[in-house]
Design a protein around this ligand. Structure first.
Ligand code: ATP
Ligand code: MG
Length: 425
């Protein structure tokens, strides 16, 4: 389990510098986690996690510029010589757990630290200066064979922290791994306990799947198969059960949307969900109000009109959807159209998108702010301010959406005078 690797991971210089600095101060320090796993799997590595014998206070003394980001968990953030952020976590061991959080205490050895990690492939340590690795749980062999397996007894490890079940879906889905049968059996039998996880942890996992999985349908398929969709996302479960064709189409669509854009992919998954159910699901995720609102708008947007429709239909669609949402809704429509076998639907969507862009660029009025009259004009023409103002401006917008040439002060004020004239007996 201890060996010298032929593989030469190439961590950034700052990682080498941090390890060197800590070791020169007498503290054993190793690279662990995702970057080590991905390097051994010959994938590009993301963030480098470092684990050290030094206690947080010692880390803070050794590096001049540090921030106590998660000091109670032993994590210290710092700035290296070029100002890049790094995170160093003190060796830890689990002490006591409740399935919601793993409560940790500091440990003396890196081996103890590896033992509290979730999966064998995430429990490999690599020494960036010595090129040595530690693999006490056979993580390299599992990586080689493409098997996801817990460190230790699956039931025990999942009941310490049920989030590990969601992490297992994500690693298996993202990297196309087979889940070891005992690990899988524990995941399915504990799926019901996922409801006890905090909204934030559930949301962060979903956002990781949506922003970084090349094909979220694989991970979400595992969620579904293990019963986790039913527990965490009953709104999706209803569609999956009652309208499987629609769920399949949503899965195919989400896979065609780009990585790195979780709100776009989330909107794709909510497009078939009715508004109030979508609001429920988004509310549970506890995104920011602005994000919730934007995702809900995208999800509720009508599809683009067909390319053969009149300009008026396009103006009304842009007005209803919000001209700034044209790009995102067109991308959602296009991803959906591309799931169809014939190329016709995608071709039509592109044609519609071009029509809509053309209409939008022509500068025609699409919202009340674009009108040639505003509230002050209404006051100037003798009307008293009140809720009726909004209705009058909406009516005026309706007129100019039908005929943009009507967007002049004179024409609109004359309509408004007509609409507000006292009925003559
Ligand atoms: P990613 O590429 O998503 O960052 P990662 O494996 O680096 O994958 P992190 O969430 O950054 O995942 O965690 C770093 C490491 O910490 C993991 O590789 C694993 O060893 C350990 N770890 C993280 N979360 C848990 C958990 N809930 N239970 C046990 N170990 C965990
Ligand atoms: Mg990581």
């Amino acid at each position: 389990t201890r060996g010298v690797t032929t593989l030469r991971p190439s961590p950034p210089d700052s990682v080498l510098w941090i390890v060197k600095t800590l070791e020169e101060a007498g503290h054993e320090t190793w690279a662990v986690g995702g970057a080590v796993r991905d390097t051994f799997a010959r994938r590009p590595a993301g963030d480098w996690d470092l684990t050290t014998h030094a206690r947080p206070q010692e880390v803070r003394k050794i590096f001049k510029r540090t921030v106590p980001i998660g000091i109670e968990h032993g994590t210290v953030g710092g700035l290296d010589r070029d100002g890049t952020m790094f995170e160093v976590t003190t060796f830890r061991k689990d002490v006591e757990t409740d399935g919601r959080h793993a409560v940790v205490a500091f440990a003396e050895s890196v081996e103890e630290d590896l033992a509290r990690r979730d999966f064998t492939m995430n429990a490999i340590a690599w020494h960036p200066l010595r090129g040595e690795h530690l693999d006490p749980f056979g993580g390299l062999a599992d990586l080689e064979a493409g098997i996801l397996r817990t460190v230790g007894e699956p039931e025990e490890r999942f009941s310490e922290d049920y989030l590990r079940i969601l992490r297992a879906f994500r690693f298996a889905g993202r990297f196309g791994l087979d889940i070891d049968p005992l690990t899988w059996a524990a995941m399915t039998s504990f799926a019901e306990y996922l409801s006890g996880l905090s909204a934030e942890r559930i949301r962060e996992e979903l956002l990781k799947v949506l922003s970084a999985d090349p094909s979220p349908s694989v991970t979400l398929g595992l969620y579904a198969e293990a019963g986790a969709i039913a527990v965490l996302y009953p709104e999706w479960e209803n569609i999956r059960r009652d309208r499987p064709g629609e769920w399949e189409a949503a899965m195919a669509t989400v896979d065609r949307l780009p990585l790195g854009n979780a709100p776009l992919r989330l909107a794709a998954l909510l497009r078939g969900v009715d508004r109030s159910a979508a609001a429920h699901l988004l509310g549970r995720l506890k995104l920011s109000n602005a994000q919730t609102d934007e995702v809900a708008h995208r999800a509720a947007a009508d599809p683009l009109p067909g390319p053969g429709e009149d300009d008026e239909v396009f103006r009304r669609w842009l007005s209803r959807t919000g001209p700034d949402r044209l790009g995102v809704v067109a991308r959602l429509d296009l991803a959906g159209a591309r799931t169809q076998v014939s190329g016709e639907a995608a071709y039509e969507t592109v044609a519609s998108w071009q029509r809509a862009r053309h209409v939008r660029r022509s500068g025609v009025p699409l919202c009340t702010a674009d009108l040639a009259v505003d509230g002050r004009d209404l006051i100037a023409s003798g009307l008293r301010p009140g809720p009726r103002f909004g209705e009058l401006l909406d009516q005026a917008l309706d007129v100019v959406l039908r005929d943009p040439d009507q967007n002049t002060r004179e024409a609109l004020l004359s309509h408004i005078r007509e609409w507000t004239r006292e009925p003559t007996a």
